[in-house]
Design a protein around this ligand. Structure first.
Ligand SMILES: Nc1nc2c(ncn2[C@@H]2O[C@H](COP(=O)(O)OP(=O)(O)OP(=O)(O)O)[C@@H](O)[C@H]2O)c(=O)[nH]1
Ligand SMILES: [Mg+2]
Ligand SMILES: [Zn+2]
Length: 293
């Protein structure tokens, strides 16, 4: 029997929901012990029972979005073409997390878009835009909206893309999904304002189809985005504003901290590089090392 081709549309632990070309959905387990599969992966399935299958093979990926610390890695989504970072006027959000997600996106040549959600909560709008200003001046598009009222503003950015919504808990990722795809019925939950932090409502990634060419993936809220798997070169390349300077330093093995003749440091002093972005760059260097020449 020839294997069936499908796409992983939900990943919970070792169990995967796989959608076949005709729309049938099977509940599948991977054949081996290791399950290194993600939502968005294209797989070959062999039926193993009613509504069930075994994942026999995975097609090569165009991209893989994942995070890692020193000991573990966590796959987020595969074959994604666009990462949509969702932040909101409340609860407060981390600009460091945005930078880290953007470095991950740059390393996979993904498009990146920042959505500023909950713009109906007017009190937080100005502060949120101020936090986002360094990203705007780097050319990352920023789309202010309100998932409850005008989520449609996002639709024009989704055509022909496989997009993943990424961000901290409580920012409104699943609310956006439901607004764009009412049939999705993704769970959403009131944020805990006492803690000024969201509870984790979405527990695993799920892929939803917008039309024949466009998919949207919801993912669980995250607090941190480790990039231990990236090379020092990829970290450098992940900061577009550093690219004009990194080759210009006096020392070839410059760490771009305070060495004499460091072009990056000079640019920082002249206000050409955002100090908070530079600090994250230095922190990532501390995590993965500096390029070896
Ligand atoms: N005022 C306002 N509230 C919103 C808006 N969008 C979402 N919310 C609320 O924000 C809360 C969190 O929304 P969710 O969609 O569950 O957030 P999430 O990002 O999916 O959270 P996790 O699944 O935990 O990562 C819910 O109470 C939503 O109703 C908005 O545009 N305006
Ligand atoms: Mg959610
Ligand atoms: Zn330097």
């Amino acid at each position: 029997m020839s294997p069936l081709e499908g796409t992983i549309i939900a990943a919970h632990g070792r169990q995967y929901r796989v959608e076949l070309a005709d729309g049938e959905i099977l509940s599948c387990f991977p054949r081996g012990k290791k399950s290194e599969l993600a939502c968005g992966d294209r797989v070959n399935i062999q039926r193993s029972g009613d509504g069930q299958g075994v994942i026999a093979a995975t097609a090569p990926r165009h991209s893989l979005l994942y995070r890692s610390n020193a000991v573990r890695q966590k796959l987020i989504a595969a074959n994604v073409t666009q990462i949509i970072l969702v932040v909101a006027t409340e609860p407060s959000f981390s600009d460091e997390l945005i930078t880290r997600c953007l470095v991950a996106a740059e390393s996979q040549d993904m498009r990146a878009l920042i959505v500023l959600n909950k713009c109906d909560l007017l009190d937080g709008v100005a502060a949120a835009h101020a936090t986002l200003a360094p990203f705007a001046s780097l050319g990352y598009p920023i789309l202010p909206l309100c998932a409850r009222d005008n989520a449609d503003l996002l639709r024009v950015h989704l055509g022909g893309q496989t997009s993943v919504l990424v961000g901290q808990s409580g920012m409104g990722k699943s609310t956006l999904i439901n607004a764009l795809i009412p049939a999705a019925q993704a769970a959403t939950r009131e944020i805990s304002t006492a803690l000024d932090s969201g509870k984790h409502t979405t527990t695993h990634a799920t892929l939803y189809r917008l039309d024949a060419q466009s998919q949207l993936i919801d993912s669980p809220g995250l607090q941190e985005f480790g990039l231990h798997h990236l090379s020092p070169e990829a970290i450098e390349q992940g900061f577009p504003e550093l690219r004009p300077f990194v080759g210009q330093c006096r020392f070839r093995n410059c760490q771009h901290d305070r060495e004499p003749g460091c072009a990056v440091h000079a640019a920082l002093q002249q206000g050409l590089i955002d100090p908070r972005r530079h600090a994250v760059f230095r922190q990532l260097q501390a995590e993965v090392g500096t390029p070896r020449w």
